[in-house]
Design a protein around this ligand. Structure first.
Ligand SMILES: [Zn+2]
Ligand SMILES: [Zn+2]
Ligand SMILES: [Zn+2]
Ligand SMILES: [Zn+2]
Ligand SMILES: [Zn+2]
Ligand SMILES: [Zn+2]
Ligand SMILES: [Zn+2]
Ligand SMILES: [Zn+2]
Length: 341
């Protein structure tokens, strides 16, 4: 008779190979119906299925390299329920926990491990891959745990229906070397420090990001590799070429600072933010009667005042602004965009 002493229960648990046919029993660790072998305390009606009973007390998960995760029999929080980082559902029963406020179902923690280790071709036989072209209510709400984006119109997997992962996110490398952070590798990790992406400045609180935890440097999975060339003939006649470098620059289109990713027009010697490539050539501002035009620099020997028509701070004539040449009216790009009609 195999006996198990488990931290979650005061009495020894007895191994039982057979499925219980007299009554349905549920695993206290994962909450699911026990179909296979289990460890039970019959007096208390306490059961653990074999997988949960053998789950290690401490787990080192590749998506959280900083700390070990500890197996807990109940919520470690005084108030509020722990949400699983993979499936986003409440952990009602046992959970893996880290003091960074990361929590995972046992099942989700192990499945994600498996997904990581398996080759995708091998996984295809184990999990459904669904192309979500048809809309459904459920699908609209569901998101990929890695990038936190919708599953609509994409291919994804749902290992054992526990959580969802885009095919493209499944294929993300666990470790990358990135030209914007050259002295350390970046690892695919939960963003437990809640750091903003260095490229787009937005913070993705849940899901995975590329991270150097030594330098607290974070990039979104979607921001790691912006398009190498952007062409938009409606705003500029030449293509812009990407440059990724740990470098600050003054954007020639809007006159404010940029970091890490610049787009360059070699023909015109311009260096701009990605978002500034598509600045409209003309806009109508509530601060001026005429349409004002975007310029990378303003050469006007008669123009003497360089005060922004909105904030009244100085406008640098050597970088981009919106300008009405008839009235010598000048305004910062960001000021003009605030109230553009
Ligand atoms: Zn008992
Ligand atoms: Zn879960
Ligand atoms: Zn941690
Ligand atoms: Zn994704
Ligand atoms: Zn980003
Ligand atoms: Zn670093
Ligand atoms: Zn800019
Ligand atoms: Zn004017």
């Amino acid at each position: 008779m195999e006996v198990l002493r488990h931290f979650s229960h005061e009495h020894p648990l007895i191994f039982n190979e057979e499925r219980s046919y007299e009554s349905e029993v549920y695993c206290s660790a994962c909450g699911e119906l026990v179909l296979g072998p289990r460890f039970s305390c019959m007096d208390c009606g306490f059961h653990l299925d074999k997988n949960c009973a053998e789950a290690p007390d401490v787990m080192n998960h590749p998506f959280h390299r900083k700390h070990n995760l500890e197996l807990k029999a109940s919520s470690p929080y005084d108030d509020g329920s722990p949400l699983c980082g993979f499936c986003n559902n409440i952990c009602w029963n046992f959970l893996y926990h880290c003091s960074c406020n990361l929590d995972f179902h046992i099942k989700c923690a192990f499945l994600s491990y498996k997904v990581l280790k398996n080759d995708f071709r091998e996984l295809q036989h184990l999990v459904p891959i669904i192309s979500s072209e048809g809309h459904s209510r459920e699908l609209e709400k569901a998101q990929c745990f890695a990038c936190q984006k919708s599953l609509l119109d994409s291919v994804y997997i749902s290992p054992d229906y526990a959580f969802h992962l885009h095919k493209k996110c499944l294929e993300l490398p666990l470790e990358i070397n990135h030209p914007c952070h050259r002295h350390h590798s970046l690892f695919l990790q939960f963003n437990s420090d809640h750091l903003p992406c260095q490229i787009c400045q937005e913070t993705q609180h849940e899901g995975l990001v590329y991270c150097c935890s030594i330098c607290k440097f974070v990039l979104h999975t979607g921001c790691v590799s912006p398009p190498p060339i952007i062409e938009d003939p409606s705003t500029h006649e030449h293509p812009f070429t990407r440059c990724l470098k740990n470098l600050s620059f003054n954007c020639d289109a809007c006159g404010t600072l940029g970091n890490y990713v610049s787009y360059n027009c070699l023909t015109c010697s311009l260096m701009v933010h990605k978002k500034c490539i598509t600045l409209p050539r003309f806009i109508k501002s509530i601060w001026h009667d005429h349409p004002i035009s975007h310029n990378y620099f303003v050469v006007d020997n008669e123009c003497t005042t360089h005060d922004c028509g909105f904030c009244h701070e100085d406008v640098n004539m050597e970088s981009g602004s919106y300008y009405c040449s008839k009235c010598k009216f000048i305004i910062h790009v960001n000021c003009a965009l605030q109230d553009a009609r």
